[in-house]
Ligand binder design. Structure first.
Ligand code: MF3
Ligand code: CO
Length: 254
């Protein structure tokens, strides 16, 4: 069931989204050669708790950390640990915060020091694909309009869209209906966007094949061909006009 949020619920989602976006910015600002992924996770945990919120991911289906940190050919769900970031890595950070009964969820890929031109282009195409989809995230359009816009933009730039993982509705649960694929499939539903829907749109874009594999840790998802992958996500509110970004892409680390 797709829920429509009331004005009060939307206000609570803005608060959760604000903390989530600041946590992403904090994590992104820490990405640098020599930093371990665990250090980033600890800082994000402390920040979210300091805001009176809970990390949405911690203990979610047994997930052991507050952030997912996925480096280079890791697509999503990388578990923070002793890995030391190196110059030239691309680092995807995905974070969620839960406050007063509502979740925020967002992600972005950050360069570690100087990265190669192709990696930079992958990050930019992934981010822009989100904004291409966003044009259709308003009343008057249907889900496949958004999904198709993301897919067209990614593929016309020579990259591929991950199929096995998708975006989602968000609210009192981190994952609500509907699923928000970043590609079009004739078998998928065609729900209409209505004001008051809150969704997380999150293109995962691979430099090579769209195929992915789950590692033995049960979480880390990598590209099947070992090529790079990038991720970009915001939680948004559907309105009758411009969508509202609940996780501000320009939030600053505090
Ligand atoms: N942010 C992811 C999503 O958008 C969820 C992370 S899975 C977790 O669906 F286990 F780490 F929480
Ligand atoms: Co998400």
């Amino acid at each position: 069931m797709i829920t429509l949020k009331s004005r009060h619920e939307i206000e609570l989602m803005r608060q959760a989204g604000k903390i989530t976006a600041a946590a992403r910015a904090l994590a992104g600002a820490m990405v640098a050669p020599g930093v371990t992924t665990r250090e980033i996770d600890r800082a994000v945990y402390r920040y979210i708790k300091s805001q009176g919120a809970e990390p949405s991911f911690l203990n979610y289906q047994g997930y052991p950390a507050s952030v997912c940190i996925s480096v280079n050919d890791e697509v999503i769900h990388g578990i923070p640990g002793s890995r030391v970031l190196r110059e030239g890595d691309i680092v995807s950070v995905d974070v969620g915060a839960y406050k007063d009964g509502y979740h925020g969820d967002c992600a972005a890929t950050y360069p570690c020091g100087q990265i190669c031109a192709e990696a930079q282009r992958l990050i930019e195409v992934t981010r822009q694909s989100f904004f291409e989809g966003l044009r259709y995230a308003r009343e008057g359009y249907r889900l496949p309009d958004l999904s198709g816009a993301i897919q067209r933009y990614v593929e016309s730039n020579g990259f591929s869209v991950v199929r096995d993982y998708v975006g989602h509705g968000i609210g009192t649960e981190m994952h609500e209906a509907p699923e928000i694929p970043n590609y079009v499939d004739p078998r998928m539903g065609r729900p209409r966007f209505l004001r008051g829907m809150t969704i997380a749109v999150e293109p995962m874009v691979n430099a090579g094949t769209h195929r992915v594999r789950v590692m033995k840790d049960g979480w880390t998802v990598k590209t099947a061909d070992g090529k790079l992958s990038a991720h970009y996500e915001n939680s948004i509110l559907i309105t009758d006009g411009e969508p509202e970004l609940l996780t501000d892409p320009d939030a600053r680390a505090e």
